[in-house]
Design a protein around this ligand. Structure first.
Ligand code: ARG
Length: 458
């Protein structure tokens, strides 16, 4: 039965019915719709619209309906316009006319907005917990590979040696920001729209604050028009998902490169790789490629809803039914990707030997040599020039910096003495870094300790 049949004589066109229906996807709000309806029933009781018996009947039946739904006993019939119509009609089947009182002072506009905020709040909690376990996995790796040294890159060219722990902690910082962003969002969106009616509020004396308490909302909306047409909470959440995906995509890209024969820095566990139907030797990092690939689709979800919302006049417009699929998709995708990435990261095999060997080629200690000269009083710009000349010489001779004799070095500057070899040693290069946040063992240890403490509190 339609919720709005009264003023219509003509039947709805079947294609229109199908076009208009959202039940195929908003069925995912079943739990939230039941909960929201229970909250509404309490508010109606308090306003004197439902009697004590009626309230009990409504709540018992809604709970029963939810249980049946959980056990798969409810047939989701595509002829329902949406989940709200379905729940109302299931309730009517059980308790008759009282079911129809439940919509007093409520519109599907404030109802769906409330369902969606409840859904988003629930999912943010799940994603946050997942991010914490991803952060723990990253921290474990940082600890496990504390002593491994590898080239750090800029422009994907070997730049300076870094600790592998420092690399992992870089991603720790990114995912920590993502976590904080979800937390901020949760704080901001915890506002109940119910009681806003279709757009103008309700004639009935609904105690909205009481209802918010029943439904576990921190606050209630202050403007009914905004409340029914606000989807910022979906957009913010999708944006947070998109940004998290971007970070996951970057580490995925890096690990894909690292497991090539060209790099040979890591091995991806077989459990997260797949083979080729034609080339028997192949072991492909599909898990990471998919994380990278799915990032595009979450960006699409964000653009899709931003675009849907951009031209909408106040207040509710049916366009807003298009909020659901992108929101659900972004949430599903980010959750799946976090789980997969966590598993891939926890099971990689690191080839520390190769990482270290890669630091030997490509003059990664050139900056250290320039710093050495600058420490001896040569202005850095000049030191930079001198080492540039040394590098050119090395390239001609096919030598590394530490393979030059002191006599050879003195040709470029008489400041060079024996201690230069200490300064340009790869391990020393790392530990000579003094600034907070740098890659020296001491500073990385410091950062890890701070973040381990933070993890304990979160
Ligand atoms: N299925 C609708 C949606 O998701 C529910 C709200 C419908 N409101 C209305 N006035 N037709 O937006």
């Amino acid at each position: 039965m339609k919720l709005w049949g009264g003023r219509f004589i003509k039947e709805e066109d079947r294609l229109m019915e199908e076009f208009n229906s959202s039940i195929n996807f908003d069925i995912r709000l079943f739990k939230e719709d039941i909960e929201g309806s229970i909250g509404q029933a309490y508010a109606l009781k308090k306003a004197g619209i439902l009697g004590e018996d009626e309230l009990n009947k409504v709540i018992c039946s809604l709970n029963e309906i939810y249980k049946e739904f959980e056990f798969g006993k409810i047939k989701v019939d595509n002829s329902y316009e949406d989940v709200h119509s379905l729940v109302e009609s299931l309730l009517y089947e059980r308790i008759g006319d009282t079911a129809y009182k439940l919509h007093t002072g409520r519109s599907r506009n404030d109802q769906v907005a409330t369902d969606m905020v409840m859904y988003v709040k629930k999912e943010i909690r799940v994603i946050s917990a997942q991010l914490i376990s991803l952060l723990e996995a990253i921290m474990d790796n940082a600890r496990k590979y504390e002593d491994i040294i590898l080239p750090g890159y800029t422009h994907l060219q070997r730049a300076q040696p870094i600790l592998l722990a420092h690399y992992f902690m870089a991603y720790f910082e990114m995912f920590k920001r993502d976590y904080m962003r979800f937390k901020d969002t949760l704080e901001r969106i915890d506002i109940m729209p119910l009681g806003s009616g279709a757009l103008a509020g309700s004639t009935f004396p609904l105690d909205r604050e009481y209802e918010a308490e029943v439904l576990g909302f921190k606050d209630i909306s202050l403007n009914s028009m905004d409340a029914v047409s606000n989807r910022d909470f979906c957009l913010e959440t999708i944006f947070n998902c998109a940004l998290t995906m971007m970070h996951m995509s970057r580490i995925s890209e890096e690990l894909v490169l690292w497991c090539t024969k060209e790099f040979n820095f890591i091995e991806i566990d077989e459990a997260y790789s797949t083979g080729s139907s034609m080339m028997p030797q192949k072991k492909n990092p599909d898990s990471l490629e998919l994380v990278r690939g799915k990032t595009g689709r979450v960006y699409g979800d964000l653009m899709s809803l931003l675009t849907t919302m951009k031209g909408l006049p106040l207040a509710y417009n049916k366009d807003m039914q298009e909020d659901k699929e992108p929101t659900f998709d972004a949430v599903d995708t980010v959750k799946m990707c976090i789980s997969i990435l966590e598993r891939v990261i926890s099971t990689i095999k690191v080839n520390g030997e190769n990482m270290f060997m890669a630091c030997k080629e490509g003059y990664l200690n050139a900056t250290d040599m320039a710093d050495y000269l600058a420490e001896k009083g040569i202005p850095f710009r000049m030191a930079h020039g001198i080492v540039g000349n040394v590098i050119r010489y090395c390239e001609e001779k096919g030598k590394a910096l530490d393979e030059l004799s002191l006599e050879e070095l003195k040709e470029f500057s008489d400041v060079f003495s024996d201690d230069v070899y200490i300064a340009i040693d790869i391990g020393n290069s790392i530990n000579r870094k003094l600034t907070i946040g740098s890659t020296s063992r001491e500073m990385v240890e410091e950062a890890m300790k701070i973040e381990e403490e933070w993890l304990k509190v979160e």
